[in-house]
Design a protein around this ligand. Structure first.
Ligand SMILES: Nc1ncnc2c1ncn2[C@@H]1O[C@H](COP(=O)(O)OP(=O)(O)O)[C@@H](O)[C@H]1O
Ligand SMILES: O=P(O)(O)OC[C@H]1O[C@](O)(COP(=O)(O)O)[C@@H](O)[C@@H]1O
Length: 586
């Protein structure tokens, strides 16, 4: 028996008031009725500014055999905005967010005409379909594809049985005879050419990278491709030789449980130069590799896309230099690049979580728990520095998970000019309420509101001198990055590795390089450079001191986590001090 009883509602989010209003109007045109509205657009509380501001719930009463649909339209700063659908594409190939059954497809069409909205219409059977037999009535129907103001693809169908998956009895097209093929139709690619995929891990290693390599290798083999491990990140591409090795099924045996990356990683200076990428193109052509799956952070994924964009020019240069022949280059006209995000920092936009971040967080929590035990014994204070480069996710999540007394992250510097006094006041309050230990977590990229770095040693001085606490600094360092991947990272990397190979096989010469992500528990495929661009915007927002924007640009839960941390950890209950209740250490 299933544990759920059916669809509750669909949630659509936007940060634009205009789009919010027009989405409500759009769905109303098709008969959805408002059943409730909550929220206020003006919230003064600093924390609340990141929470949903307003939402409307619309309901459509379905007629059997269909069911009612409820749509919640939310106005929030943390919206997942979608890109407009490319008009030239066949929208049937995209994933619809909502498929509605209708008996009045003509009315649907007139509504779309009346609001001047683009749509695609398909009638079955199609004139060009070669039917084996007349279609049964339940297969004759029309489908209309359009999008709502938030760019969600929506479909209308007048199929008599809306969820019927029956297929059309179309005659197979007879094989083309040799004499029918004109020379202009002959592809330069040999028909039997096997796809050859290169896989590399690059940048800082992260737990779960091995699971990604394993999945890519095995799915590629299952799909009839050859797969090559490229050792030491881009170093292997630049140097070639035995740093590029064909992998078989058994080569990745035992990979799942091992931390780091068994095919090695590097920060490769040579690949940043065109000369290095020219050598990489040479080594790829010589090995017949024309698709590359890269698992790394935003730097590694940018590097892969640079290689893809330069590819035709690099091949021309190699031909001119006489290093490869035109015949060798011909089957490799396009390079397909797919990105998997492997980084403990969880700093990539357009994905909820990166491969390795959860394992690293577990490690940090274990370390903080251990330090807490000794802090408690000696009534000491500890300032713990955690990794994350310019991202505060690890620090914030560790603070939430361990109940640290204070946290410093780059995206949300302390609001006050005299944050030192405010921090001491909060820590003092916790001490007065009976806490025997003080834990301050500081992200390695923490800054104050004037962009001055906040370092663990400086905090230690404050705690020792002003609060007279016996204070130690612990820098967790690379223990955070190594070690076994947790099951979440093994699963994530496996699912994403599978999708990466599928993305390679789907790619055409004009598809932008995709990045495999995960959103709301679904594996996603987003334009890689768009995600990299959004990621860079966080650093830009911070450098402009626009910290509100920096928080918005992180994944939607970031602000909620921050709010939860403040509410659950910074004591804010006056009754406690009045009644002198002693708080047990967390
Ligand atoms: N703009 C770029 N052009 C070419 N290669 C790059 C670029 N940025 C990064 N790379 C390559 O990716 C490697 C890893 O990048 P880095 O930023 O250090 O780590 P991460 O991928 O974890 O962000 C670099 O050492 C370099 O070889
Ligand atoms: O190991 P290194 O080269 O000192 O790099 C340390 C950096 O690598 C990381 O562990 C991971 O960063 P990337 O995923 O961007 O490579 C950062 O948190 C840290 O700042």
């Amino acid at each position: 028996m299933s544990v759920i009883e059916g669809l509750s509602h669909i949630v659509l989010t936007t940060s634009s008031v205009e789009k919010y209003e027009s989405t409500v109007q759009f769905y109303s045109l098709f008969g959805y009725q408002p059943i409730s509205q909550v929220g206020s657009r003006v919230l003064s509380n600093e924390v609340s500014q990141f929470l949903p501001r307003e939402e409307k719930v619309l309901h459509l009463f379905g007629k059997p055999p269909t069911q009612d649909i409820t749509i919640r339209i939310v106005l929030t700063t943390n919206a997942n905005e979608k890109e407009p659908l490319p008009e030239e594409k066949d929208w049937r190939l995209e994933q619809s967010s909502l498929v509605s059954a209708t008996k009045n497809i003509v009315d649907v069409e007139s509504i779309l005409e009346s609001i001047n909205l683009k749509y695609q219409k398909y009638t079955y059977p199609n004139e060009s379909d070669s039917l084996v037999a007349p279609l049964s009535a339940d297969l004759v129907h029309t489908e209309i594809y359009t999008h709502d103001p938030l760019n969600n693809l929506i479909t209308f169908t007048n199929k008599p049985i809306p969820i019927s998956k029956s297929i059309y009895p179309i005659k197979p097209i007879s094989p083309i005879k040799q004499q029918d093929i004109s020379s202009s139709n002959i592809s330069t690619e040999p028909k039997t050419k096997k796809k050859r995929i290169g896989m590399l891990t690059s940048g800082g290693d992260s737990p779960g990278m091995n699971a990604a390599v394993r999945a890519v290798v095995r799915v590629a083999i299952s799909r009839g491709c050859d797969v090559y491990a490229i050792y030491e990140g881009y170093e292997g591409l630049v140097n070639g030789g035995d740093m590029i090795k064909k992998f078989g099924w058994a080569d990745v045996r035992g990979y799942l449980a091992i931390g780091g990356t068994l095919i090695g990683s590097a920060r490769c200076k040579a690949f940043r130069e065109r000369e290095g990428r020219l050598n990489s193109a040479y080594n790829m052509v010589k090995n017949g590799i024309d698709a590359l799956i890269v698992c790394g952070g935003d730097g590694s994924l940018t590097g892969a896309d640079v290689l893809r964009s330069e590819w035709p020019g690099l091949l021309d240069e190699l031909i001119k230099e006489g290093r490869i022949t035109a015949e060798e280059a011909a089957p490799h006209k396009h390079l397909t690049v797919v990105g998997l995000v492997g980084s403990i920092d969880n700093d990539m936009s357009s994905t909820d979580i990166t491969i390795g971040a959860v394992s690293s967080l577990h490690r940090i929590c274990e370390a903080v728990d251990s330090i807490s035990a000794t802090a408690l014994s000696h009534s000491r204070a500890f300032v713990i520095e955690v990794m994350g480069r310019n991202c505060g996710w690890l620090a914030l999540m560790a603070a939430v998970s361990t109940g640290a007394d204070f946290v410093f992250i780059p995206e949300r510097p302390p609001a006050s000019d005299d944050w030192e006094s405010e921090m001491c006041e909060i820590l003092n309050k916790h001490r007065k309420l009976g806490k025997r230990k003080t834990i301050v977590i500081v992200a390695e990229g923490a800054i104050d509101k004037n962009l001055k770095p906040i370092k663990a040693d400086y905090i230690k001085e404050l705690l020792s001198n002003r609060m007279k606490l016996d204070t130690r600094v612990t820098t967790l360092g690379h223990t955070q990055r190594g070690g076994k991947p947790c099951s979440f990272d093994r699963n994530l990397a496996t699912l994403q590795g599978v999708e990466a190979v599928h993305a390679v096989l789907r790619a055409t010469s004009d598809t932008p390089s995709p990045m495999i992500g995960v959103r709301q528990n679904k594996i996603t495929c987003e334009p890689l450079m768009k995600a990299v661009g959004l990621t860079r915007q966080v650093a830009e927002a911070i450098s402009r001191k626009d910290f509100r924007r920096a928080m918005e640009l992180r994944d939607p839960e970031f602000s909620e986590d921050y709010a939860a941390y403040i509410e659950t950890t910074i004591v804010n209950d006056e009754t406690l001090s009045k009644n002198k209740v002693c708080i047990k250490p967390t």
